[in-house]
Design a protein around this ligand. Structure first.
Ligand code: HEC
Length: 180
């Protein structure tokens, strides 16, 4: 093989490489690969609690839950419950999912589902699931019960929480009286 043949071979190899790169580029021009701007399916997850400082102090004061409940809509609450339904069943005797079943939760003791592995965080909080406690818990679960397993960022809107509670209240054989 003389050097002229070698040159020809080298030339052919280079030429092939150029063609391959060209085709690749051309392909990219034809098909614009796009990444989704937002994930196709979103799950709301609790944000990290800010370190130090008192975040609650900066937030606006919520109106009392009693007044909101008087005007709350269980139907709207049922719709809003879409964001809870991945983790909670609501039918009587329904199974635990990621979270416990929520039938008859209003005015029940904390950790009301027998056999569910609750975190200590929930059990350590005071009192039963009163309207007030649900209202505060659902706003920011991690602030109400630091260390809770409920990975939900919270429903910031007080009206939405009142609707949710009205819906939870309806999940009972005998719904508890509304607060005065
Ligand atoms: C990502 C899953 C998840 C989502 C979403 C979620 N929860 Fe939970 N929830 C849990 C888990 C897990 C627990 C148990 C918490 C613990 O033991 O710390 C819980 C506990 C609760 C409790 C206390 C139950 C009891 O027996 O003491 C209530 C009430 C509740 N959730 C309501 C809601 C509502 C209302 C929503 C929607 C606004 C919601 N959760 C969204 C997972 C979830």
């Amino acid at each position: 093989m003389n050097s002229f043949e070698l040159n020809k071979i080298a030339g052919a190899v280079l030429f092939c490489l150029l063609i391959i790169m060209g085709v690749n580029q051309f392909g990219n021009m034809l098909i614009h690969p796009k990444t989704l701007a937002e994930p196709a399916f979103k799950i709301e997850v609790a944000e990290e609690a800010p370190k130090g400082g008192a975040p609650a102090a900066a937030e606006e004061q919520d109106p009392p839950v009693a007044g909101l409940l008087a005007a709350a809509s269980a139907d709207a609450g049922k719709k809003a419950f879409g964001k809870c339904a991945a983790c909670h069943s609501v039918d009587k005797g329904g199974p635990a999912k990621v979270g416990p079943n929520l039938f008859d939760i209003v005015q029940s003791p904390k950790g009301h589902m027998a056999g569910f592995a609750y975190s200590d965080a929930i059990k350590k909080t005071e009192g039963a699931w009163t309207y007030e406690n649900l209202y505060t818990f659902l706003k920011n679960p991690k602030a109400y019960a630091p260390g809770t397993k409920m990975a939900f960022a919270g429903a910031k809107s007080s009206k939405e929480r009142a609707d949710l509670i009205a819906y939870l209240r309806s999940l009972s054989d005998s719904p508890k009286p509304l607060p005065n």
